[in-house]
Design a protein. Structure first.
Length: 317
């Protein structure tokens, strides 16, 4: 009973320490999860053990390297709050310093473990990416089954390479959302789909790189897509794409879960985008290949070089 009470006190102390930190809400939740993982392994407080013991614990624990890295962050936070040494733990994680203007990694056993794991995971993932034919067939079936909301979402993922956040969309018949007047641009700051008689406007204000690329306005001429948007909001003047039942906007984490659940084999936005890039880079005609790469770059709001560096499946991490 005493041990349980002590653990509760220590847990509350830890929660208080992260609440006072400048961490984001998402990071605070990750720290809390990592703290619980550490306490499930240690028979005592983090400050009761020296650095060597903690490093050996991290080496031997059955966890992904990225999980270990999060645990290291928690250990560093706790030890620094108690004015305890962290040099050995930093060396284990890896610290970058500059020598003559050149970045150099000091230590980094965990850093190297993370990089090796990323390469292995990437190889495994890339070997199981869907083809564009499989994605297009999946899309056609959604349309035939009149799953208009899912069709809209997957169409934007497959044909425009959008991110999860871009899909936080209000489908609407209100023409003002596409207006260029300063008053309406300031008022309508969400993401919108506005269907006309012959095409559909996709207006994206809220997305990851909006500060760099600004408001995106895309005209989608596909008749199946235009019809799907009209059918989707036929019952009223407007309808949220991701949360049409409760009509409440969802969190960024919630968006990711909803999108993943609606994609081909539940593979999610990231792997769909990798499949698209794999297809584009396989096109033999260089002129066509570069044109498609630049088009997907514009619609996603990411430079072609960043796409190649981070999403090309035949390029190492």
């Amino acid at each position: 009973m005493m041990d349980s009470c002590l653990k509760q006190i220590q847990y509350r102390e830890f929660i208080k320490s992260i609440q006072l930190s400048p961490l984001s809400l998402k990071s605070k939740k990750q720290y809390e999860t990592s703290y619980k993982k550490i306490r499930s392994v240690l028979n005592g407080r983090v400050i009761d053990f020296d650095e060597e013991f903690l490093i050996n614990m991290l080496r031997n624990i059955d966890a992904k390297p990225e999980t270990k890295s999060q645990m290291v962050s928690v250990i560093l936070l706790i030890r620094r709050n108690h004015k305890l040494d962290v040099d050995d733990i930093l060396f284990y994680r890896g610290t970058r310093v500059k020598e003559n203007g050149i970045s150099k990694l000091i230590g980094g056993e965990l850093y190297k473990e993370i990089q090796d794991h990323k390469v292995k995971s990437k190889i495994a993932t890339n070997n199981d990416l869907p083809t564009m034919r499989e994605l297009e067939t999946f899309l056609e079936n959604l349309y035939k089954e009149k799953k208009y909301g899912d069709y809209i979402l997957n169409y934007l993922l497959i044909h425009y390479g959008v991110r999860n956040k871009d899909l936080d969309i209000l489908c609407t018949f209100q023409k003002k959302v596409i207006s260029k007047t300063k008053q309406n641009v300031k008022k309508y700051t969400h993401n919108y789909l506005y269907p006309t008689k012959y095409y559909c406007w996709f207006i994206v204000n809220e997305y990851k790189t909006s500060k760099t690329y600004g408001r995106k306005k895309i005209r989608i001429r596909d008749r199946h897509f235009q019809k799907s948007v009209i059918e989707y909001i036929r019952d009223g003047e407007k309808k949220l794409l991701l949360n049409p039942v409760t009509k409440k906007e969802v969190t960024e984490e919630g968006i990711g879960r909803i999108v993943k659940d609606k994609t081909y084999k539940k593979i999610g936005e990231g792997r769909i985008f990798k499949a698209i890039i794999k297809h584009i880079l396989s096109i033999e005609n260089m002129e066509v290949r570069m044109l498609k790469l630049h088009l997907i770059s514009d619609s996603r709001g990411t430079s072609p070089q960043v796409i190649i560096n981070h999403y090309a499946t035949d390029i190492p991490i």
